[in-house]
Structures are given as structure tokens and as C-alpha cells.
Design a protein around this ligand. Structure first.
Ligand SMILES: [Zn+2]
Length: 188
């Protein structure tokens, strides 16, 4: 007997076992601003265009367990996003595509996941407490961030020269007294 089709799944507290048993899927297009830890990595600048969105989908599947064991709960997660990072050469924004395509096997709880993790190649997650899909997605997206974001070709030539606004600033600054010299005077 097939389980009753469910029309609404709660991605904030997903019953992954029921989701997999139903062979269900979920997909959405969420604003990047919903992923706070990811937004913290974004290039910040006044007048910066609004951040884009994260297109994602999740699909559940039951698979035969290893060596005739109980069927296992699997979840396939895919996501596509683009985030402006700070180019480490010119310090300007560089749009960086992020792509996630991953399968997870779910086990009963976190203790089981930790115990089995060393013995298998796949990624393990716990059924309980029920996962928040956005957190799992965000963890994966964060792992896709490049260590050193760079433009293929920077839009502006990066040459430190006299026209650099920082050069020559010290000449215009009023002479500051050496605070230690002042202190030495007071001690006398
Ligand atoms: Zn650059």
C-alpha cells in the first residue's frame, strides 16, 4: 500500500523518513538574504545591487539497505546560487556561482551518524531532531565558497601608483605629537 500523498512538507522540520517513503520532492526559489551565514560572506558596498536568490530542490528516496538490512532513507539536495564575493586582487565584487548536488543517507539520530561516519563514504545526517532544510543547504553552499575569490580578469587595472587616493595622505595630515614623548615630559 502506498502512503497517502502529502501535499505540504515542512522544510523547517522535515520528516525525512516519510518524505523518502513518499518519494516526495520539494523545490523553491528563496532570497539569498534568508541564508544569514552566507550573506555574511557577501561583498558589502554602498549601492550594491540586491542579492539574488537560491534555487534549490530536495528529493527523498528509499533504498535497499546494505547486506539485506532495513531500507535506508536517502535525500538528494541540489542548489544553484550566485553570490558577490570580494575579489582578493582588486577588492571589487566578483559574482561567484555556487552549485550543490549531494546525496545524504539518514540514520536515526546524531549518535548513530557519528558512530557510522568513519565507516562509510556517503554523508550521514540524523532523522531526529528533524532537520531544517535551509540549514543543510546553507552548510553545503558555504562549503562551495572559494578560499580566494578572484575575477578571471579584474575590471580595473590593479596598479598602486601616485593617483592612489591613499598616497600622499600623510603629507596633508597635521603633525601629531608623539604621545610617548608627551608622557615622558609629564613624568619629569
Ligand atoms: Zn578583481
Amino acid at each position: 500500500m502506498k502512503p497517502t500523498p502529502k501535499t505540504s512538507w515542512n522544510p523547517e522540520r522535515l520528516d525525512v523518513r516519510a518524505f523518502a517513503q513518499a518519494g516526495a520532492d520539494l523545490h523553491a526559489d528563496d532570497p539569498l538574504t534568508r541564508f544569514e551565514r552566507l550573506v555574511a560572506e557577501a561583498h558589502a558596498e554602498d549601492g550594491q545591487p540586491a542579492l539574488g536568490s537560491v534555487t534549490w530542490q530536495a528529493r527523498g528516496e528509499m533504498r535497499a539497505g546494505a547486506s539485506g538490512g532495513a531500507p535506508a532513507v536517502w535525500l538528494h539536495l541540489q542548489a544553484d546560487a550566485s553570490i558577490p564575493l570580494t575579489c582578493q586582487r582588486c577588492l571589487g565584487p566578483v559574482d561567484t556561482p555556487l552549485k550543490v548536488d549531494r546525496w545524504f543517507r539518514f540514520v536515526n539520530d546524531e549518535a548513530t551518524a557519528a558512530a557510522e561516519d568513519d565507516d562509510c563514504e556517503e554523508d550521514l545526517l540524523a532523522l531526529e531532531p528533524r532537520p531544517r532544510l535551509h540549514d543543510v543547504l546553507e552548510d553545503e553552499l558555504l562549503m562551495e565558497l572559494p578560499l580566494v575569490p578572484l575575477h578571471d580578469t579584474c575590471p580595473v587595472p590593479v596598479v598602486m601608483q601616485a593617483s592612489d587616493p591613499m598616497v600622499g595622505l600623510e603629507d596633508k595630515e597635521p603633525q601629531r605629537k608623539n604621545p610617548f614623548a608627551e608622557l615622558a615630559k609629564l613624568k619629569k
